[in-house]
Design a protein around this ligand. Sequence first.
Ligand code: HAM
Length: 421
Amino acid sequence: MNTAFAAPKGIPEYTPPDSAGFAHVRATLIAAADRAGYGLLELPVFEDTGLYARGVGESTDVVSKEMYTFADRGGRSVTLRPEGTAGVVRSVIEHGLDRAGLPVKVHYSGPFFRYERPQAGRYRQLQQVGVEAIGIDDPALDAEVIAVADEGFRALGLTGYRLELTSLGDEDCRPAYRELLTGFLSRLDLDESTRERARVNPLRVLDDKRPEVRALMADAPLLRHHLSPAAAEHHAAVLGHLDDLGVAYVENPRMVRGLDYYTKTTFEFVHDGLGAQSGIGGGGRYDGLMATLGGPPLSGVGFGIGVDRTLLACRAEGVAPWTGARCEVFGVPLGEAARRRLVAMAGELRRAGVRVDLSYGGRGLKGAMKSADRSGARYALVLGDRDLDAGTVGVKDLVSGEQRSVPLDGAVAELVASLGG
Ligand code: HAM
């Protein structure tokens, strides 16, 4: 018996015509990075498992529970990339990109893989657009990275999101704060699994969503109030630059990100129309990561935006700044000679930059016109034997319904002109 295959669980597929929205969101986010001078870095989709274990952190859910890890046929342990930052840093070190001037500014996009429990907005294959700026520890660069993400969302027409940010401090203040928080946590009546979480990373408890734990944590010391002078100064400068850039933010001193490499600036873009999976993008500074992965001690800052969730945010706000049209002109040949002529015209139009599709398979006028309407084209080119004899072609405006005869020889130039080409 034949069994029909289905895509693996938890993977959003984007099929036409809806995929036009996905493509538009991704392209708009990439364009915002491009306008700020971030060059394309095309990363491998899988890497040595150790890169993520060391780079992202063994204590994170991403590494301990969610990685797609397997042995390849040569017996090496490889992992489908769960995120992009570790791969970018590996690539900068491997290719010595820092030697060509700092900061190294790159953007990347594509699928990432996390074995999470699938639900609306949470997938096992998720799509990100990310940027990383490596090698200069300047608060203006943190603000630039944040502004690029904000600009991407704005360019899509989104308004229902907010930027939350905080500082996670540096090596001068984090160890002492960790001790302070650990002391505070040891005096609380926490259940065993929360105690275990606190042992691995006490900061995680700050972000616990359960009301009873939140109540216990109300008086917890916050890193924001224990920053080293340098980290505090850095944070204030980032806020100043964001004000100058006109990027609105709210401070959230309890923010904890799911990855271990963050230092100083950390941020999340949160959308209110998405329910539980409300994070449409996030990132921050990771000043120790380069050295952790065996490179020179260079700083870094970046973001990853979830393309799937950003598309859901567009839907939630009812913004759809993309066209679902597959083509601009749709050819309807009625007969063999007409088909030869229209196939040639389609080639000419495409070379002139016009998007063209045709009716194939010798379909009649009615069926072919239905396809023309469905294609989203502005014009249908209708050509029959009589038109050919007269040296004309019917051009039907599919918006107004108006049809007129145009000389065959001038039809291509006329269509290019009326489509604004
Ligand atoms: P992240 O917060 O783990 O950060 O992921 C970034 C974004 O990817 C999230 O805000 C969310 O929109 C999307 N995302 C994550 N997991 C899923 C999922 N299971 N389903 C759908 N969307 C998801 C990072 O990955 C860091 N590498 C960001 C970064 C770059 N930090 C510094 N540079």
